[in-house]
Design a protein around this ligand. Structure first.
Ligand code: FE
Ligand code: FE
Ligand code: ZN
Length: 273
């Protein structure tokens, strides 16, 4: 049957997002845990969380895939900013306890000149520290396009973080635009890329997907999302992805440039692939 959804605005609360998801035919969704380009988070409302949990169960939703703020850079060079980011991560994981058992995905970060190894160490340290609380959430590292000094553009980098953290509560979210821009050819060789993912990281660690077409050609390291079928990936690629035995049961989140109506259309397209 498949679990498909998109990014929804969290401004009306959790239960309102479930309502919106239902109205567009979604059975999973993503939301930003706080202002994606800042760090401010909404006031917590436990009753809203309980309502949402009951609705998610009633309507048999798949696992949700919350998204950390883009500004949360766990491996930035400035120690104070780094500590602030680590605090944001910890607070996000604590907040996720309102919707227990879901995913929290984030961009590993940009090392801005200190080198990939130092960056990986910082990210792993922040994760280890936040995970010591055992909040009921699984953390996912997103595959990145490898823009600038971004970490996570290579499967080996994600593997290094996973190994350094050493927790079963950490996995990977594969973004189709990012991996293609990053130089993994899921258009002409999806099976080959998944075999490589399995060899380097292990497919058991692949827990969710972001479904985005790309405005840019293969290996461009750009990260500009396009609507499904309107970019360099094409609908055939998404047909293979949503029907692939290793992928078809994972939550799949659209982050395409769309309004709600557009998302409803793309979810319907996915269900018909
Ligand atoms: Fe992302
Ligand atoms: Fe993404
Ligand atoms: Zn992106």
């Amino acid at each position: 049957m498949g679990y498909y959804g998109c990014h929804l605005s969290a401004s009306g609360g959790y239960a309102a997002m479930v309502e919106t998801a239902l109205s567009i035919g979604a059975n999973t969704f993503a939301f930003f845990t706080r202002n994606p380009r800042g760090s401010k988070a909404k006031k917590e409302d436990p009753a809203d969380g309980e309502r949402a949990v009951a609705m998610l169960r009633e309507h048999r939703f798949g696992t949700l895939v919350a998204h950390g703020a883009y500004t949360m850079n766990l491996c930035t060079a400035d120690p104070e900013a780094r500590a602030f980011a680590a605090g944001v991560l910890e607070d996000d994981l604590r907040r996720m306890a309102a919707l227990p058992g879901n995913f929290y995905n984030f961009h590993p970060g940009s090392h801005v000149g200190q080198g990939t190894e130092a960056g990986i160490d910082y990210i792993a340290a922040a994760l280890k520290s936040a995970l010591r609380h055992d909040y009921p959430v699984t953390v996912l590292l997103e595959t990145m396009a490898g823009k600038g000094s971004e970490i996570g553009g290579r499967f080996e980098e994600l593997k290094a973080i996973l190994d350094a953290v050493g927790s079963d509560n950490v996995g990977v979210c594969l973004d189709t635009c990012h991996v293609y821009d990053g130089g993994y050819d899921i258009v002409s060789d999806l099976d080959g890329v998944l075999a490589e993912f399995d060899r380097v990281i292990g497919l058991d660690k692949l827990r969710a997907l972001h479904l985005n077409d790309s405005k840019n050609p293969f290996a461009s390291h750009k990260d500009r999302h396009e609507r499904l079928g309107e970019g360099s990936l094409g609908l055939e690629t998404f047909r293979r992805i949503v029907n692939h035995p290793a992928l078809k049961d994972k939550p799949m989140i659209l982050e395409t440039p769309n309004d709600l109506e557009g998302y409803a259309r793309e979810i319907a397209i996915l269900r018909n692939l």
